[in-house]
Design a protein around this ligand. Structure first.
Ligand code: HEM
Length: 277
């Protein structure tokens, strides 16, 4: 097969991939600096903070990267609003290209679990699987919760003008619990889906290269490929493989993120009884 044969389907635009790349960088920084603060009583937490220049600089980095991440999220919301077909609103919010949950997702999730247990046929997924919508909505929800509570904690004097002091204690616990849930979800479930799923192993390169393998997608998301064929759009979205050096770079970057996430998860778990909860 020639290196220029078009064997992949375009799935994400360069701007969407940039949003995802910034999210990876910000999330990893937030997880590392956040855990440095949470585990500062332990030698591991102190070493983690040392990487960023100590306790105070790592807290400052956590706050500024957090604010930067919220700005990127605000831009992403504006970008999504610009993609809505307002002439056909609200009908344009549903359909196979929409990220909003629809009745089909519930049906497919039940059928998928049946398939995992060997009791049903595999669902014929469309463009977005229910797990992808769940991940996306989870990020939006997490941004709002971590962002709101993080800002209250970052500016406690301003916050205490609009709420009682115990509200900050609640904000701290909400921030901590949501951060643990987010890190657990990303480092276990998201990494498993992106790397170890049979259709993706050894790594789903879609978010780095912007495209997915046609043959694997025909198998995993047959209704999407069928729709592209029926509407005559398939040819126009087919693209060739990325050059080898770029693929190698994506693998190295992707696996570095996985290694860091799993490292943080394991050492945090091992040290979890050594901190004051
Ligand atoms: C991916 C997102 C985030 C994660 C994983 C995360 C994680 C954490 C963790 C683990 C802690 C330590 C909790 C403890 O000590 O028990 C923390 C504290 C904190 N976070 Fe975040 N965080 C995130 C986003 C944000 C954002 C967006 C802001 C807003 C600017 C923010 C501001 C803060 C502040 C101010 C503290 C308390 C620091 C202190 O009082 O010393 N965080 N975060």
């Amino acid at each position: 097969m020639s290196p220029n044969s078009k064997t992949r389907i375009r799935r994400f635009s360069p701007l969407q991939r940039l949003f995802h790349l910034l999210l990876i960088l910000c999330f990893m920084t937030q997880a590392t600096t956040g855990l440095a603060r949470m585990y500062i009583e332990t030698v591991w937490g102190q070493r983690l903070a040392w990487v960023f220049g100590g306790y105070t600089p790592s807290r400052t980095i956590h706050i500024y990267v957090g604010i930067f991440m919220l700005c990127i999220f605000a831009l992403h919301v504006l970008y999504m609003l610009s993609k809505v077909n307002w002439r056909k609103f609200p009908g344009s919010l549903v359909g196979p290209d929409s990220m909003l949950p629809q009745p089909r997702d519930l049906k497919e999730s039940i059928q998928h679990f049946g398939w995992l247990l060997g009791m049903a046929k595999a669902p014929r997924f469309e463009r977005w699987g229910y797990w992808e919508k769940f991940d996306y909505i989870g990020v939006c929800w997490g941004m709002c919760l971590l962002g709101a509570t993080g800002l209250l904690l970052a500016y406690p004097l301003v916050a205490s003008r609009i709420m009682p002091g115990w509200g900050l204690n609640v904000a701290f616990w909400v921030h901590k619990i949501e951060a643990i849930l987010a890190m657990g979800h990303v480092f276990i479930i998201h990494f498993f889906i992106a790397h170890l799923r049979p259709h993706a192993f050894p790594m789903d390169r879609a978010m780095f290269e912007g495209s997915v393998d046609l043959a694997a997608t025909q198998h995993e998301k047959p209704d999407w490929v069928a729709r592209l064929e029926e509407t005559g759009k398939l040819e126009s979205v087919l693209v060739p493989e990325a050059p080898g050096w770029r693929r190698a770079f994506h693998y190295v970057f992707g696996y570095c993120a996985v290694a860091l996430g799993i490292f943080l998860l394991i050492v945090a778990l091992v040290n979890s009884l050594s901190i004051t909860w």
